[in-house]
Write a protein that binds this ligand. Structure first.
Ligand SMILES: [Zn+2]
Length: 336
């Protein structure tokens, strides 16, 4: 078992420095950038993950040709009547695109978040990451511990832990951007406002297990660990009507007893993470500090009391980076 590589100052500082340099220019540039994005999105049909930069097929039926495309061709026939099913489909696609552009602008993103591909028809086989096994892992059928989903698609998965900060603006932002994520909740920080996470669940987010009190689990007996994990299963089921299938051990620390206890109350998967995003920097598990297809990204419900910014500030940082690198944000549960 390994721990995530901790805060590398050099990258953190580098990222901040870049941020400072850009900040002055950004305000002046932002409207220009958004205008270009709008034009690019309309012209190209929005780059898809893995296909960023791939031009849309000209004349693919949207009736909006790019500049210069008619110079060597006779004019196209009139578009089919609006009642045509294809035209209807196209109209709703255009509306969805316009909504994405507007949401990106409202939340002051550098670019329009990429649309994830449809959920895979065949789920990938999830196995425990090498070096993360416990004794008897396979033989006992213990839930796999993993940091990334095996896929070639340029997608990442956002997971948010604990539940201390309950920022209504965060819920609005995520719904507005239609950004999927998975929550891992600890009872001691959510019990003062279960309703907040009920609203989150109604927006399509799956609520998962992060123990009752967020202890260092390997220090507890099997029974103690079972109480922390299994009682939280019950609370989530009582409050939200669904028993979690996913469990994340606090700090990413676990032992064989943790996985046996988790299995005993219905846990099927133990996702850890490959990157962690904060409001002002990223941390990486891998030595080359690169995002890979299928990576699980961790962050926390935190606000100005804990770090220098809000939840929306953190999400903005996360999205700006993954979008710039050509990744879409997909729903973890769709791949499990
Ligand atoms: Zn935690």
């Amino acid at each position: 078992m390994r721990l995530v590589v901790q805060n590398d100052k050099s990258l953190g500082n580098g990222a901040v420095a870049v941020g400072r340099r850009q900040r002055t220019a950004r305000r002046a540039r932002v409207h220009g950038v958004m205008a270009v994005l709008v034009a690019a999105a309309i012209a190209s049909g929005c780059a898809q993950p893995g296909g960023s930069g791939t031009p849309a097929v000209p004349g693919a039926g949207d009736g909006s040709e790019t500049a210069g495309s008619t110079t060597s061709r006779p004019p196209l026939k009139a578009p089919p009547p609006a009642v045509h099913p294809q035209a209807k489909k196209l109209k709703s696609a255009q509306e969805a695109r316009a909504a994405r552009i507007a949401a990106a602008r409202r939340w002051r993103l550098d670019g329009i978040p990429l649309t994830p591909p449809p959920p895979p028809a065949r789920k990938p086989r999830i196995t425990t990451r090498e070096g993360f096994e416990v004794d008897g892992h396979e033989e006992l059928g213990l839930p796999p511990v993993f940091t990334t989903i095996p896929t070639k698609q340029r997608v990442v998965f956002l997971t948010i832990d604990d539940g201390a900060e309950k920022d209504p603006a965060f819920l609005r932002m995520m719904s507005d951007l239609q950004l999927p994520y998975t929550a891992f909740l600890s009872n001691y920080v959510i019990e003062d406002d279960y309703g907040y996470f009920g609203r989150m669940q109604r927006s399509g987010v799956v609520l998962n297990n992060h123990t009752l009190h967020h202890p260092y689990l390997p220090a507890l007996s099997y029974r103690g660990q079972q109480h922390e994990i299994c009682r939280m299963q019950e609370i989530i089921e009582e409050r939200y009507g669904k028993r979690p299938l996913l469990f994340r051990p606090p700090f990413g620390n676990y032992d064989g007893a943790t996985l046996r206890a988790a299995k005993s109350c219905g846990i099927k998967y133990v996702p850890l993470w490959n990157e962690e995003v904060f409001v002002d920097h990223w941390e990486y598990r891998e030595w080359d500090r690169k995002i890979r297809p299928g990576d699980i990204v961790l962050t926390h419900f935190r606000g100005r009391n804990d770090w220098k910014g809000t939840m929306p500030d953190m999400i903005r940082r996360f999205l700006n980076k993954v979008t710039a690198e050509g990744y879409a944000v997909a729903r973890l549960e769709d791949y499990l």
